[in-house]
Design a protein around this ligand. Sequence first.
Ligand SMILES: [Fe+2]
Ligand SMILES: [Fe+2]
Length: 350
Amino acid sequence: MDKAENYRYTLERLRLLIGGTDIIADMANTAAMLHQQMKFWWTGFYRVCGDRLVLGPFQGPVACTSIPFGKGVCGTAWKEARTIIVPDVDQFPGHIACSSASRSEIVVPIWQKGQIIAVLDIDSEKLDNFDHIDRDYLETVCSELSCSINPGLRDYIAENIIPRYEKFDKGHAVSHVTMVMERALKLACRYDVDPNMVYTAAAYHDLGVEEDRKTHNIISARMIREDGNLSKWFSPEQIDTIADAAEDHRASLGYEPRTIYGKITAEADRLIFPEMVVERCIQYGRAKHPELDKEQQWERVAAHLEDKYGRNGYLKVWLPESSNAANLEKLRDIIDDRKALRELYEKLYR
Ligand SMILES: [Fe+2]
Ligand SMILES: [Fe+2]
């Protein structure tokens, strides 16, 4: 089992354990499960208490009891409100050494209703032990811990809704909807929203592909309104908001999603990775305009990227907290630098 598979397995077991009634109990089980399954050296939580982080449930040797705001890796992750990966703790300025055996570290802030309420801190006795895979999965673990979903709703969606994606094309398959649900929940923790509504909008957002791909978002919204089971967990007004959010997920249609729920669903649904955007643009041009030579393709790609993703482009990111906003900024830097864009084009064209 590779690292990603191990995380996926751990995450599935964790979902059965996290109850949502008491976050300390959930933190305790999360620390134990992650620690055992992922074989970390130290795995634990620090909770925000006033101007300090205070030691919470953990597995591993004894640790520092309290960490001031902005101090050490944990205090810095809290202050800067972002996940921090430290490949070599000896190189981190102001590192708080609870043990000399710790060589590398990752700290993930835990958000709830737009506030950081704790951090997850993991240490390894190996140098450079953490990468983007750890970050992605651990951020998912943290969002599911702080924005827990009603177990009845979770089971209903897992058994009745997700399997319907099995027969869809790759772009709308089970792996896609699962990714959108995880990304939506991560964003949900950043705002004062109902995570169950976010989760449901994400779970149903592409279901309309069953009937018609072109208008699938409108059909998905209708399916939500027609699903009587949802009234077990939601009021009629909430169901309307969830349906509108699913309908608004196609941000590419150009209008602004009507509510925060729609904005979260739309941002969770799209991935703006600079290289992937450029690669797709090249692939599209070569498939649709095979008559163009390499130089003409380059002109088409450069013009399209400027038009859509450039600083005055028509593409809008609805939430500044989304990873899409940060990635769009990176893409714009490349578009602004013609030489860098051309180099990327040359690399991807081959
Ligand atoms: Fe869609
Ligand atoms: Fe989608």
